[in-house]
Design a protein. Structure first.
Length: 56
């Protein structure tokens, strides 16, 4: 999944990244980013679905 982002999406990604950095701080953001990029996509989808079901 190392495809470059379309230029039209860059501003959104930058905005969301800046908000996450401000909320978490650099160390926590980096830790969670690394954990997320190491997570198998199928497992990530399973975890997200379980969380959404829990909240419903």
């Amino acid at each position: 999944m190392d495809a470059p982002l379309p230029e039209s999406e860059r501003a959104d990604i930058d905005r969301v990244t800046a908000a996450a950095l401000a909320a978490l701080g650099r160390a926590a953001f980096t830790e969670e980013y690394e954990r997320g990029t190491a997570t198998d996509p199928t497992e990530a989808a399973r975890t997200a679905a379980a969380e959404l079901s829990r909240r419903a």
